[in-house]
Write a protein that binds this ligand. Structure first.
Ligand SMILES: Nc1ncnc2c1ncn2[C@@H]1O[C@H](COP(=O)(O)OP(=O)(O)O)[C@@H](O)[C@H]1O
Ligand SMILES: [Mg+2]
Length: 259
């Protein structure tokens, strides 16, 4: 795996918030077709790392590459245009909009022909059809009305909409920051299956999670983040959950060769 070019990588990323060093010269690599889990204690810098990778925050130092080429995203929208879809830990769905509108936010489908190209008319029916299809495939919602406002959904269902959106639109990378944190057992299972489906479509996934059984079930490799940097990269077939926790908490130190 390590002789392939990473789809997304970073070297020496630094991010400070006042006196807090959220990222302390961290490295990162995501390889084609893999599910890479990122684990670490609260405050270790996991969310800051994926925000830096996805244009939601500007690092103070370091470089980010996509397929070996240096990139610098100044907004999540730019990262999206490059094919990186991110579901942030604090959900970015628009509560007052409908489910279908949320799925297509920022990339609405236009009507075919002159109605769409000149008059910019939205193809609401097609968006609804695709949204219904995606969400029922995912099984996260029993959709009575796809136009129902997202604010009427449970936390878990909202998470489902966001995850479905990322899986549907990600073309290079899907990044999920704690996607099952608000979900029950059944909903979590569906999100895990969705992650596997995305990987089976050939798309690499970055999964930030606290849930060790989930991580060990779906991850090909595990990036362990500690005190703002990568402490180790391990694999579910060479390390146990207690090894992972020991590295995460600093109980053991690891010489890492990025597995
Ligand atoms: N916008 C911010 N302003 C100030 N401090 C922040 C901000 N975002 C994160 N931090 C701090 O940076 C550190 C890393 O946070 P974060 O990346 O959210 O970690 P994790 O996702 O691993 O819990 C924490 O100490 C956190 O309080
Ligand atoms: Mg976080």
């Amino acid at each position: 795996m390590s002789n392939a070019t990473p789809v997304l990588s970073a070297k020496g990323l630094v991010k400070r918030f006042g006196r807090v060093t959220a990222l302390d010269e961290t490295d990162f690599e995501l390889y084609p077709g893999e599910v890479l889990a990122v684990i670490g204690d609260n405050g270790a810098g996991k969310s800051s790392l994926i925000k830096a990778l996805s244009g939601a925050l500007t690092p103070d130092a370091g470089e980010i590459r996509m397929n070996g080429e240096p990139v610098s995203f100044s907004s999540p929208m730019q990262a999206r245009e490059a094919g990186i879809e991110t579901v942030y830990q604090t959900l970015a769905v628009s509560p007052a909009l409908g489910i279908s509108d949320n799925l297509f936010l920022g990339r609405e489908l236009r009507k075919p022909g002159i109605l769409g190209s000149v008059f910019r008319m939205l193809d609401k029916a097609e968006m609804r059809r695709q949204a219904t299809q995606q969400l029922s495939d995912l099984g996260l919602l029993t959709i009575q009305n796809i136009n129902q406002a997202v604010e009427t959904l449970s936390g878990g269902q909202r998470q489902g909409v966001a995850v479905a959106r990322s899986a549907a639109f990600g073309s290079k990378v899907v990044i999920l920051d704690e996607p099952t944190a608000a979900l029950g057992v059944k909903e979590s299972r569906r999100v895990l299956n969705l992650i596997k489906d995305v990987r089976d479509r050939g798309l690499p996934v970055v999964l930030i999670s606290h849930n060790m059984p989930h991580v060990f079930e779906v991850a090909d490799r595990i990036h362990v983040h500690r005190l703002g940097k990568r402490a180790a990269v391990i694999r579910p077939d060479t390390h146990t959950m207690s090894d992972a926790v020991a590295i995460m908490t600093g109980a053991v130190e690891v010489e890492s060769d990025a597995a």
